[in-house]
Design a protein around this ligand. Structure first.
Ligand SMILES: *[C@@H]1O[C@H](CO)[C@@H](O)[C@H](O)[C@H]1NC(C)=O
Ligand SMILES: *[C@@H]1O[C@H](CO)[C@@H](O)[C@H](O)[C@H]1NC(C)=O
Ligand SMILES: *[C@@H]1O[C@H](CO)[C@@H](O)[C@H](O)[C@H]1NC(C)=O
Ligand SMILES: *[C@@H]1O[C@H](CO)[C@@H](O)[C@H](O)[C@H]1NC(C)=O
Ligand SMILES: *[C@@H]1O[C@H](CO)[C@@H](O)[C@H](O)[C@H]1NC(C)=O
Ligand SMILES: *[C@@H]1O[C@H](CO)[C@@H](O)[C@H](O)[C@H]1NC(C)=O
Length: 479
C-alpha cells in the first residue's frame, strides 16, 4: 500500500474539477512486462473523507476482465478494516475491468471507482453467498428459499460510501435473466448494491449496467444519499428496478438518469404479514431531478410491498419519457400498512400510457398466509404543476371497495392526449378527492373546484437536505 498524502477540507457541496495528474513512472527501466506506476490525484465531495487509502492492485487485483478479484476485494477490505477507528479508509479501483463476485463493505469506508474502472459481476454462482430472505418479506422474490447476496453488500454499518468519477458496475445480467425466464433459479437473483441495517450511506457518481435484478436497495437504514447515478438495463429485462428505498428513513435521491425494465424508483416497506409484523416504514424521502425511461413500468412506484407503511415522500423536477405511468400506487387487500402524505410536483411526461395510476388489486402475495382483513390506508396524495403530452389515458385510479383511497388532490396539471387516446381519459373507482385546474376534465369522484387553490407541498426541508459534504483530496501511487 502506498499512501502519500490526503487533505480533507470542508467546502461547499459543489465538486471542483477533478485533477487527473497521471504520471507514469517506470519502476525498473528496461524490465519487460513491468507495469508502470501511476501517480493519480483526485478530489470529490463526500459525507466523510478517509485518512487511509489503498488500491485493489495492492492486494493482487488484476483488471483484465478474466481474473476473479473476489479474494482481492475481501483481502483489501479485511486489511482496511483496521482503520475503522483511525480515520477510516478508502479502497481505490483503477482503470480496468475487474471481474468479481459478491463482497461486503465495512464501516467508515469508501469504495471509489476510477472513471474507466468497470466492476464486472461474476457469472459463477459459487462467487455469490446465499442469505436468508429479508425478514419483512418472508420469502425471496424469485424463489421461496434464500437470496444471493448483492454484488456490493453491507449490513450493520455506519458511514459507508460507494462512489467514483462515474465509474461503472456491470451486473452482466443476461445470464440471470435467462435463468429467471427458464424458472431455474433456486434463490432470488442478486442486486447490484444492497446496504441493510445501516446509517449514513452515500452512493454517488456511478454508472450501473445490466443488473441481474434491482440496482440499488437500501433497506432498514437511515440517512441515505443517492446522487448522480446512471442506471441502464434493457427495457425488457425482468425486475431491473432502479433505486428501491425499503423501510428507510431520511433518504435523498437526486440527479439520477434511469432506463430500465421495471420501476425507476420503487418505494417499499415489506410484504403482507411479514411486512406488517416487521413494521418498519419508509419515511422522509426526497426524490428530485430524476429522468426515467421505462416503457413497461412506473417513474415512481409506491409499493406494491408497502406493508410497513410509506409516509412523507416529496418528489420534484421529474422527467418521464416513454414510460408506462408517472406516479403509481400499487397495493392489495392483505398488505395492510399505509401510503400517506405523498407530494409530487413539477413533473414533465412525454409518451405515457397513464399519467397517474393507482391499483388496489395488485395481488402478488408472499404466500397464502396473508390476512384478508389487513386493508391498506391510502390517504393524502398530492400531485401538482405537471405537463404531459402524447398520453393514452390521463389516469386510472382504482381503490379498494369498502376501503377508498382518500384525500387525493391534483392541481395545475395539463395532460395532452395522444392521437390514439382512450375514449374516456379518466377511470375512477373507490377514491375520494378534489382537483384544481386539471385538463382533461377529471372524473366525477375528483370534481374540479377551479384554479384558486393548489395542492400541498411541504415548505420546510427534511434533515437529509442538511447533510454537509466535505471535499476529499487524494494523491495515490498505484500499479
Ligand atoms: C495490511 O495491513 C498491514 C498493516 O497492518 C500492512 O503491513 C500490510 O502491508 C497490508 N497488506 C497489504 C497487502 O497491503
Ligand atoms: C458527482 O459529480 C457531479 C458532476 O461531475 C458533481 O457536481 C458532484 O459534486 C458529484 N457528487 C458527488 C457526491 O461526488
Ligand atoms: C444487524 O442488526 C440487526 C438489527 O439491529 C440485527 O437483528 C442483526 O442481528 C445484526 N446483524 C449482524 C450481522 O450484526
Ligand atoms: C456517466 O456515464 C454514462 C454512461 O456512459 C453517461 O451516459 C453519463 O452521461 C455519464 N454521466 C456523467 C455525469 O458524466
Ligand atoms: C403550473 O405548472 C407549471 C409547470 O407545469 C408551472 O410552470 C406553472 O408556474 C404552474 N402554475 C402555477 C399557477 O403554479
Ligand atoms: C406518441 O406515442 C406513440 C405511442 O403511444 C408513439 O408511437 C409516438 O411516436 C409518439 N409520438 C410522439 C410525437 O412522441
Amino acid at each position: 500500500m502506498e499512501f502519500l498524502w490526503i487533505s480533507p477540507m470542508r467546502i461547499q457541496v459543489t465538486r471542483m474539477l477533478l485533477l487527473l495528474l497521471a504520471a507514469a513512472l517506470m519502476c525498473h527501466k528496461g524490465v519487460e512486462g513491468r507495469k508502470a506506476r501511476i501517480l493519480d490525484t483526485f478530489e470529490y465531495s463526500a459525507i466523510s473523507c478517509r485518512h487511509h487509502s489503498a488500491s485493489i492492485t495492492d492486494f493482487g487485483g488484476v483488471g483484465d476482465g478474466k481474473t476473479s478479484n473476489t479474494k482481492a476485494f475481501k483481502d483489501a477490505i479485511e486489511n482496511l478494516s483496521q482503520y475503522a477507528s483511525d480515520g477510516g479508509s478508502q479502497l481505490f479501483v483503477p482503470a480496468g475491468k475487474w471481474l468479481t463476485g459478491s463482497f461486503s463493505l465495512i464501516s467508515h469506508f469508501t469504495l471509489y471507482l476510477h472513471k474507466d474502472a468497470v466492476l464486472l459481476a461474476s457469472q459463477d454462482v459459487n462467487e455469490w453467498p446465499v442469505l436468508k430472505a429479508l425478514p419483512s418479506y418472508g420469502r425471496g422474490r424469485d424463489a421461496a428459499a434464500g437470496r444471493f447476496q448483492s454484488l456490493i453488500f453491507g449490513t450493520n454499518l455506519t458511514d459507508v460510501i460507494v462512489t467514483g468519477d462515474n465509474g461503472t458496475i456491470d451486473g452482466q445480467g443476461a445470464f440471470w435473466w435467462q435463468q429467471f425466464h427458464k424458472g431455474k433459479l433456486k434463490y432470488t437473483r442478486p442486486y447490484l448494491i444492497e446496504i441493510m441495517f445501516s446509517d449514513n450511506i452515500q452512493i454517488s457518481n456511478l454508472t450501473l449496467l445490466n443488473s441481474p435484478s434491482w440496482n440499488v436497495h437500501p433497506v432498514y437504514s437511515s440517512n441515505i444519499l443517492v446522487q448522480g447515478i446512471t442506471i441502464i438495463a434493457p427495457v425488457t429485462s425482468p425486475n431491473t428496478d432502479g433505486i428501491n428505498p425499503d423501510s428507510c428513513t431520511n433518504t435523498r435521491i437526486e440527479d439520477c438518469y434511469i432506463v430500465s425494465g421495471d420501476d425507476c424508483v420503487a418505494v417499499k416497506s415489506g410484504w403482507d404479514e411479514y411486512g406488517i409484523a416487521f413494521g418498519m416504514p419508509t419515511k422522509q424521502l426526497v426524490i428530485r431531478r430524476l429522468t426515467c425511461i421505462s416503457p413497461y413500468s412506473a417513474t415512481i412506484a409506491l409499493g406494491s410491498e408497502m406493508s410497513g407503511g410509506i409516509q412523507d415522500v416529496r418528489a420534484e423536477d421529474i422527467t418521464a419519457i416513454n414510460t408506462e405511468s408517472g406516479v403509481r400506487i400499487k397495493t392489495a387487500v392483505g398488505r395492510g400498512g399505509y401510503v400517506k402524505d405523498i407530494y409530487v410536483r413539477r413533473v414533465t411526461m412525454h409518451t405515457m400510457k397513464w399519467a397517474f395510476w393507482m391499483t388496489g388489486n395488485y395481488g402478488s402475495h408472499a404466500d397464502k398466509g396473508y390476512d384478508p382483513n389487513a386493508l391498506p390506508v391510502i390517504e393524502g396524495i398530492n400531485y401538482r404543476d405537471m405537463v404531459a403530452d402524447n398520453v393514452s389515458m390521463a389516469a386510472r385510479l382504482e381503490g379498494i371497495s369498502g376501503d377508498a383511497f382518500k384525500g387525493i388532490c391534483i392541481s395545475n396539471v395539463t395532460i395532452g392526449l395522444s392521437a390514439k387516446h382512450k375514449k374516456v381519459p379518466w377511470t375512477c373507482a373507490d377514491i375520494e378527492g378534489t382537483t384544481y385546474g386539471v385538463t382533461p376534465t377529471p372524473c366525477e369522484l375528483l370534481p374540479d373546484q377551479g384554479t384558486e387553490k393548489t395542492c400541498d407541498f411541504p415548505e420546510e426541508s427534511l434533515p437529509i437536505d442538511q447533510v454537509e459534504f466535505q471535499k476529499c483530496s487524494y494523491r495515490m501511487s498505484y500499479m
